[in-house]
Design a protein around this ligand. Structure first.
Ligand code: SF4
Length: 403
């Protein structure tokens, strides 16, 4: 059997761990040792002691989704009275508010809505870029790109090419869950994207010159080996393309989901984050997931391999629907970073430093309340939707223009 101290010696020497060594560490190393090793890897990559964060806004443009993943509490089926699509004006208002608090991009993700064709996304991206030329669009996770590819009968590279031409700047790593097909079948997300399909969208995005992030949602039905298989598949693609900027992991949030069950513990989170920092030796940045873990575990993450606090919370609807209720504005995030002994720096999606905390430079409104995408039950149709043909029967009925 492999000895923990021999594997720890390899990590300290800067050598790569293989699957067996990683599993041994993950299963048997004391939590304090895992944290020390992950912290060593972080400090080697970020000797400046800086911890970054981004001011952006997570906008979920629609909650209508045909994928029906059983771990998701956010989606509504086609035709539901609670279904919504945001109008362009509403999205512009959200961008205005984001810019007012110093924000630089939208993280734009949503359900797989059959009534939103590729042209809707292209028109939206072009309209955003026309109004806000330097504002960034970090948009559409790989399963959404695959959905658009199926809807439009275009290949994934063609869809990406069209979206990039319209203004797409980078691709968020959502929808990865666990990149093992046994798990994806059990989570009812194999149909929206297999593990290979998810990775292939990222491969094409990287080849097209986009940078992307990678994620992992753990704590449902997967084994420890499958968590590590997920990490190793990401490491292999990063060896191939170098296109990932960061890795973010969070635990499954079970409230109001079909899958139900319980939430992983904070210790499980810290151990998972630490093993990710050790295994993903070719990733520069790991984010702390304080949205699911809370500020205190989020702060502790900085001693377990994380060097980034992610996004200042202006709006989030997906994990909130499943029970995550934590919220921090820029002042709170910076306090957590500095109290942990690090220097707080604002960044963009490429992890380039934008400066010191903005609230120290100018007065910005504090946003402590989570904004919600739409009032439940508001199924009114934004004007511009009438420009696009609906595919579902419910969508066609909604789009009948009254005389
Ligand atoms: S996780 Fe995404 S793809 Fe799956 S049901 Fe929810 S909104 Fe749809």
């Amino acid at each position: 059997m492999l000895k923990i101290d021999e594997i720890a010696g390899k990590v300290r020497a800067g050598e790569r761990v293989n699957a067996g060594e990683a599993l041994e560490l993950y299963r048997r190393a004391p939590t304090s040792l895992l944290g020390q090793l992950a912290d060593l890897v972080r400090a080697r990559k970020h000797p400046d002691g800086e911890v970054t964060y981004i001011i952006d806004r997570n906008v979920n443009y629609t909650n209508v989704c045909v994928a029906r993943c059983n771990f998701c509490a956010f989606y509504r089926p086609v035709g539901s009275a609670d279904g919504y699509v945001l109008g362009f004006d509403e999205i512009f208002r959200k961008i205005d508010e984001t810019i007012a608090v110093g924000g630089v991009q939208l993280l734009l993700q949503g359900g797989h809505n059959p009534d939103l064709p590729l042209a809707w996304y292209e028109d939206l991206f072009r309209a955003v870029k026309a109004r806000y030329p330097s504002f960034k669009l970090h948009a559409l996770s790989p399963p959404e790109v695959i959905h658009l590819s199926r809807l439009s009968q275009l290949t994934v590279p063609e869809v990406l090419g069209r979206l990039i031409a319209a203004g797409l700047d980078s691709v968020p790593g959502g929808g990865a869950e666990i990149l093992v097909d046994r798990v994806r079948i059990l989570l009812h997300c194999h149909g929206k994207a297999t593990a290979d399909e998810w990775l292939d969208v990222m491969r094409h995005a990287h080849r097209a010159g986009l940078r992307t992030t990678a994620t992992m949602m753990y704590g449902t039905v997967e084994t420890e080996e499958e968590r590590l298989e997920h990490l190793l598949r990401l490491r292999a693609l990063q060896d191939e393309t170098g296109g990932f900027t960061a890795f973010i992991t969070w635990s499954y949030q079970p409230d109001h989901t079909e899958l139900a069950g319980s939430e992983a513990t904070g210790i499980d989170y810290l151990r998972t984050l630490a093993i990710a920092r050790i295994v993903l030796d070719n990733f520069d940045n790991l984010q702390a997931s304080w949205v699911t873990q809370g500020g205190k575990v989020g702060q502790l993450s900085l001693a377990f391999g994380a060097n980034d606090m992610g996004s200042v919370m202006i709006e989030e609807n997906v994990v909130r629907a499943a029970g995550a209720a934590y919220c921090m504005d820029e002042v709170e995030i910076v306090r957590n970073i500095e109290d942990a002994g690090f220097v707080a720096k604002r960044r963009n999606m490429h992890y380039e430093r934008l400066g010191d905390p903005i609230f120290r430079e100018r007065n910005v409104p504090r946003m402590l309340e989570l904004a919600v995408a739409r009032e439940d039950g508001d199924a009114s149709v934004p004007d511009e939707l009438l420009n696009y043909p609906a595919r579902s029967r419910a969508g066609k009925q909604l789009r009948v223009i009254p005389n």
